[in-house]
Ligand binder design. Sequence first.
Ligand code: MF3
Ligand code: CO
Ligand code: CO
Length: 292
Amino acid sequence: MIERNDSCWCGSGKKFKKCHYPKLNEEASNISQKYLDNFGILIKTKKQIEGIRRSCKLAAEILDKLCKAAKKGVCTQDLDDLANELHNEAGAIPAPLNYGSPPFPKSICTSLNEVICHGIPSKKDILKEGDILNIDVTSILDGYFGDCSKMVIIGDTTEEKKNVIQTSYDCLMESIKILKPGVKIFEIANVIEAIAKKRSCSVVNQFVGHGVGVFFHEPPQIPHSYNNIMIPVVAGMTFTIEPMINAGVKEAVIDKDEWTARTKDLKPSAQFEHTILITENGHEILTLPSSK
Ligand code: MF3
Ligand code: CO
Ligand code: CO
C-alpha cells in the first residue's frame, strides 16, 4: 500500500498526501487514463457496454431457469445439460467449459453445501431435502461476457444454512449500494466484512471478484475481505462482486480435481454474484433478467 509520504502513483513527483491522497468525494475525472492503464483496467466503450449488457441479461435469464429446475431428485449434471441447451438456443457460449488449467470440464459451476465455488456438475450429485446449491453462470454472447450466481435451497434447511445464504445475499447487495465513481475498491470489502461479522460468518479470501466483459477475468481483482486497494472505480468499469461467505472458518481446501473448493471445516458456504457497471452517477446491476 502507498503511504502518505510516498511519491504519488500518478507520476507527478509530489508526495501522495499532497497529490491524489484519497478524499472521499474525489472526482473520478481526476483519475488519469495512464493510471488505469498501469493496472490493465479496461474502461468500456458505449458499444462494449451494449454488448456486455446483453450477455449479462442472458446469463441472468439462464441462471433463473436453472434455479427453477433445481429440485429434489435432479442431479447437477441435469442442470449442466439444461445450461448447454439454453446457451445453444441463444447463440451463446458457456464460458466455463474448457476454461483454465486443467480445463474446467463443464458449462456451469454447481457448488453444493460446503463447496465454496467451482463445483463440477455430476450425475452423482443428486439434490436432496436440505441441500443448498450455488449455480454460477457465465455466458459469452457476441464475444462479451456476463457473470452471475445465486443460491437455491432444496425444500427446507437448517438455520445455519439459511443464515449463511441471507448473509451472502446482503453482503452482495449492500456492497453494490455504495458504488459510484470515486469509491475505492477497499470500501467494498469493508461493507462485506462488517455484515459477515455481525452474523457470525467468515469471508473467504482465496477467491475474489474481478473485472469482466471483454474477457472472463480482467483486472482489477475485487477482494471481499479486508484489503488496502486504493484504486477508485470510474464510469465505464464493469466488474463482479461475488462474496463467498462461510458459516465456520474462512479457509478453502481444493479437491484433487483441482477445481472444487470446499470449506476446511466442511461447514456450509454461500455466494451470490452480479456483474456491475459503474455509471457517471452511480452504478447499474447488469445481471438482472428483463422481467425484473
Ligand atoms: N464464474 C466464476 C466466477 O465467478 C468462475 C468460474 S471459473 C470456471 O468468476 F472455470 F470454474 F468456470
Ligand atoms: Co465471477
Ligand atoms: Co461467476
